[in-house]
Design a protein around this ligand. Sequence first.
Ligand SMILES: Nc1ncnc2c1ncn2[C@@H]1O[C@H](COP(=O)(O)OP(=O)(O)OP(=O)(O)O)[C@@H](O)[C@H]1O
Ligand SMILES: [Mg+2]
Length: 393
Amino acid sequence: MNTSRLPDRDALLALLDGVRDPQSGKGLVSAGLVQGLSVRTGRAGFMMEVAPGLLELYEPVRLEAEQVLRQAPGVEQAQVVLTNFDGPGGGAVAAAPPAAEEAPPAPGVTRVRKGARLANDPQAAPSPPPNAARPAHVRRVIAVASGKGGVGKSTVSVSLATALSGLGLRVGLLDADVYGPSAPRMLGVDGDPEYHPEKKLIPLEAWGIKVMSIGFMVDEGAPMIWRGPMASSAVRQMMHEVAWGEADAPLDVLVVDMPPGTGDIQLTLIQKMKLDGVVIVTTPQEIALIDARRAASMFQKTGTPILGVIENMAYFADPATGVPIPIFGQGGGAAEAERLAVPMLGQIPIDVALRQACDDGRPLGVTAPDSGPARAFRQAAEMLRTRLGLARG
Ligand SMILES: Nc1ncnc2c1ncn2[C@@H]1O[C@H](COP(=O)(O)OP(=O)(O)OP(=O)(O)O)[C@@H](O)[C@H]1O
Ligand SMILES: [Mg+2]
């Protein structure tokens, strides 16, 4: 059972600084090895990123850090995730100036190392990356993306995942939105994924869907620090170091909820994943369409097939008459799908029940499968299943 006391962040940092970094001889915090410290009731955890080839050296450090955290007042569960800097420039990380020459960061401040930034600079690694691969035992990986924020990517990701699962497919959802994870709230699931060194991280499960979210790894409000290389490393880990499927029961499709925008973070993330395709979400509004176009072109440049467009908030049905009122304009999504020569996967109305379902963590596809939005998502899921070659006998 969890204690109701929140562990003291500064005290934890002080304790962690008492654990020695075998390379620099400094404490872990001073050496910049404590990244994204998550402090929640009864638990604490963080990610430790080390250069390629150093995992073995740091495994005892990871265990020691977990032990130290577990002994702190208010901490019952501790999780320290050890991961590699990766990417084609990985060697640049090893060549980065030793941490010993750097001034220690202020307590609670995370240092994003220059070596890591260089190594993950998308400009330095033209795509598609040769080493991108699907996670083990995952048949298809699709991303849900938009240029503009707040157009309903997370709503669409969760609804599509639910609908695909309703078609009898084995489905996973990876919430890669480093700006503000949504999956925990929209699926009503939270907790610490268990970490088994051999078996990897075990995803949480909700409504028959396997779920991993940056929200499980960091505090609410903290994701803003998961920028650039750290974000990409965390996402890479959530893709590849998670037991999404088993050899005899592979995951059919992993849906990745992308952060909004078309900046470096998004580009880096795309380059880390072997995507089978992307679903572009837009509203009918001109400004959203311009951004959707930018997103589509980013994916096209990285060689990722665009599977189709979902027009969200397409209209509002007059509660009295049922007549559609096109609040954000009309026909934009369809025109964009035509321009891209991809199918229009669905038009989702502005729907109070859909918003409520997302806020309550009770997906409409499960709780109200006959509702309009649930039916629209089911149809979109059927089209995707065919496009992805996942139709089952
Ligand atoms: N079709 C819809 N009808 C009613 N509300 C909706 C609809 N689609 C999304 N919403 C609501 O709009 C808000 C934003 O949606 P959502 O979080 O899915 O967008 P997003 O694109 O993922 O945002 P961000 O860019 O911040 O990640 C949420 O409160 C969601 O419940
Ligand atoms: Mg979102």
